[in-house]
Design a protein around this ligand. Sequence first.
Ligand SMILES: [Zn+2]
Length: 434
Amino acid sequence: MKEYWNPWIERMPVSELEKIQEKKLIDLVNYVYRHSDFYKKRFDEAGVKPGDIKSLEDLQKLPFTYKRDLRDTYPTGMFCVPNEQLVRFHVSSGTTGKPTVVGYTQNDIDVWTTSLARAMTSIGVGRGDIVQVGYGYGLFTGGLGAHYGAEEVGATVLPVSSGNTERQIELMQDLGSTVIACTPSYFLFMNEVANTTGISIKGETQLRVGIFGAEPWTEEMRRRIEEFTGIKAYDIYGTSELSGPLFTECMYQDGIHIWADQFLIEVIDPVTGEQLSDGERGELVITTLAKEALPLIRYRIGDITVINRGECKCGRTHPRIMRVLGRVDDMLIIRGINVFPGQIESVLMKIPQVGEHFMIVVDRINELDVMKVQIEMTDEAFSDKVNDIMALESKVSSSLKHVLNIAVKVELVEKGSLPRSMGKAKRVIDNRNL
Ligand SMILES: [Zn+2]
């Protein structure tokens, strides 16, 4: 098994990587200014000329781009190449408003595939593995992204797509899948379905690695998944605007390596837009250094994280982003306090009696925000005694209050009654119409 996909790039000294980044950034700024009316106008409005960008420090002079820019220029107003150079489109559904369209040249597909090949190699996936892709195929980038990456490293792909859960488990057993790629919530559902049909993923499949993403999940959830199913669970990161899923943690599960020769990352204060120092928590901003069709400059991806440029035990010199706490958009403001669904998940998963599925319901009653968390009990802890139920509700409620500093009503609901997801889990119902 290969240790690195491209040892020369992956272990390159940081100073050399920065030289590559600087050169690519200068080229990129000239490229977008010449090829995209959108960027020319955006730069002109900000009073920046391509010639002003001479080093990585000058990055801060460049204006941000936003998801709304992609919507405002729908479908292809930000593209830098004519349609005949495109080999593919992907379209994100967008939970609100217009969808966003991403176009790819052949080179864009190759860069995307290389990124995933490096990532998969870093978690020990390669020739001999059978990679079951349970992400949706189609306009969504998850399925095809994982598919191309797995083929590139020489693995055998089982393109099941999402859904068909009984069939997923049957094929996993019959064909001996060693790797599963899907959302963590879907894998938990798969495990639940397997258990109800008397199949143990831990004991009766060859599964050893999970590549989980497309929704935020916590360290506590990882521990549960690994304990229940006996696999190593890795976080994968990316978003359709950047191409799709692109990066994973390495074997050490201590942050996601972002390939510095392809992407330039910064963390900013989401309110002021000021660049923060490494180690400070803020909003991730990404500049694509290698994309042709739809390059993004200082793209406000909306995820809250911390950059770690420290040396990684794996020997890779590329910076890591630490586990994403959530998206700026997902942050709930409850009575003036910021709450991320991930914080709630962390608390819940530390309590052994609480199952993996939960729902946060927010209402405004008499001008006051009221948050309720619905949970299920695990099979092991199951009890229908009123005292046990009340004791658990109150335990969860006080744990949540301790972490969030707000009162949370906890409601234990019948096992199986909360919605299960085959894609991105919906964790919040906000009835406030803010
Ligand atoms: Zn590493």
